[in-house]
Design a protein around this ligand. Structure first.
Ligand code: AMP
Ligand code: GLY
Length: 421
């Protein structure tokens, strides 16, 4: 089968790599991919800003299945567009993608279906928001409604901070803002919970905890993700039942009632307080770096899972996992998440031995003249599966010191809650 993957990050390299295990794949394309995907797929330099070019390429090259990695093309309706041309696509449609595209859309569903989440208010102008904030208790959370690549969230400690957050959002820092969301601060531990759905039934797709902050001890600026581990230390049977019954099933029912359905990965970002789940946000895709952390544990054919979702036969598909612990550490360019150098060569990559327990997934990399160059902030994902998280981290640290890339940095404390506490 000829398959195409859309995206260029660590998540998409992991998807390509695990898909490639399937003996049913005859050819793999990646749009636009990175130096890692180039080893197994044909990278095609077509972006998702022009749906028509992409569709023409897919049809001309007889690609039979498309998997969409990132949220933006999903929220922009790429699934609906490609399906009009009878192209098989794994990913949610435009309306269902509002679960990530509009925080207010999701909050309204939470309210109607009594899904546990932080108490919230929606404000349409600066004055009303300020009046409310004067009489609020702190910390408080202020969010832009639209997609903001994880940056449109402010945790404010006092009135002054919240005042400037509201101003920044209404001044268009994250695009045109008609509304903002002000939300109660939830004090617990975060967990990422994943399912896959064909629109009729669902199956669990693992749990993880990620580290979003750039500095050790979970301090400093927010990033796209500095590392993750799976499974989450918080998950247990009782919590899993609560997440499904109080959050996932009511959300899927809500989508049915507005006349649509959910096909693809659904990622619930949760705050767990005393074994009770509260929804912080939905993402309509796998997480990055959670995807790189979870997928190597899969013992089933990923292609069959994607096809079962497109053909609505997920119920009959068995998804098997190995029960190892998985840890992922992200190697970044020095300076990330702010300014960093681009086009810096990474040597020594071939020296690191990889096998079914050790992976390097590329993110911001490019190959030129058989050399690998860093072109992005997050560059490589080092993943190890092991019986113990501590062994996995030791092994990754060994690989990172073998690479010894002096233009990069990484957090040495990924997984500290499951290793050091
Ligand atoms: P989001 O983009 O909604 O995932 O928010 C980014 C991060 O902000 C989350 O991963 C949490 O760490 C934090 N956050 C968002 N909403 C809340 C909340 N209501 N209470 C506490 N922390 C929050
Ligand atoms: N790891 C966070 C995300 O993918 O949004």
């Amino acid at each position: 089968m000829i398959v195409g993957v859309i995206g260029s990050g660590g998540r998409e390299h992991a998807i390509c790599e695990i898909l490639f295990r399937s003996n049913k794949i005859s050819e793999l394309y990646c749009f636009p991919g990175n130096a890692g995907t180039a080893k197994i797929a044909k990278n095609v330099d077509i972006g998702t800003d022009n749906f028509e070019n992409l569709k023409n390429y897919i049809l001309e090259n007889k690609i039979e299945l498309i998997i969409i990695g990132p949220e933006k093309p999903l929220v922009d309706g790429l699934v609906d567009y490609l399906e009009k041309f009878r192209i098989k696509v794994f990913g949610p449609n435009k309306i269902a993608s509002q679960l990530e595209g509009s925080k207010i859309f999701t909050k309204k569903i939470c309210k109607k279906y009594q899904i546990p989440t932080a108490n919230f208010g929606v404000f349409k102008n600066t004055n009303d928001a300020h009046e409310f904030l004067k009489n609020s208790s702190y910390p408080i959370v202020i969010k832009a409604d639209n997609l903001a690549s994880g940056k449109g969230v402010y945790i404010c400690e006092n009135f002054e901070e919240s005042y400037s957050a509201v101003k920044e959002i209404f001044n268009g820092k994250f695009g045109k803002a008609n509304d903002i969301l002000i939300e109660e601060f939830l004090n617990g531990e975060e967990m990422s919970f994943f399912i896959v759905s064909d629109g009729i039934s669902i199956q669990n797709f693992g749990t993880a905890q990620d580290h979003k902050r750039v500095l050790e001890g979970d301090k400093g600026k927010n990033t796209g993700g500095m590392g993750a581990y799976s499974p989450s230390r918080l998950i247990n049977d009782e919590l899993e039942k609560k997440i499904l019954n109080k959050i996932i099933f009511p959300t899927l029912k809500a989508l049915k009632e507005i006349g649509t359905e959910y096909k693809g990965f659904l990622y619930a970002g949760l705050m767990i307080i005393k074994n009770e789940p509260y929804l912080i946000e939905f993402n309509v895709r796998m997480g990055d770096p959670e995807c790189q952390t979870i997928l190597p544990k899969l013992n089933s054919d990923l292609l069959e899972i994607f096809l079962a979702c497109c053909d609505k036969s997920l119920k009959e598909t068995k998804i098997k996992w190995n029960n190892k612990k998985s840890l992922c550490v992200v190697l970044c360019s020095k300076g990330y998440p702010e300014k960093y150098e681009k086009n810096v060569e990474i040597e020594n990559l071939n020296k690191i031995k990889l096998d079914n327990s050790n992976y390097i997934f590329h993110a911001g990399t490019k190959e030129k003249d058989k050399k690998i160059f860093a072109i992005g902030g997050r560059v490589l994902n080092f993943v190890t599966l092991s019986d113990k998280f501590s062994n996995a981290r030791e092994n990754i640290n060994k690989h990172l010191s073998e690479l010894s890339w002096n233009k990069g940095f990484y957090r040495k404390d990924i997984g500290h809650k499951v290793i050091d506490e």
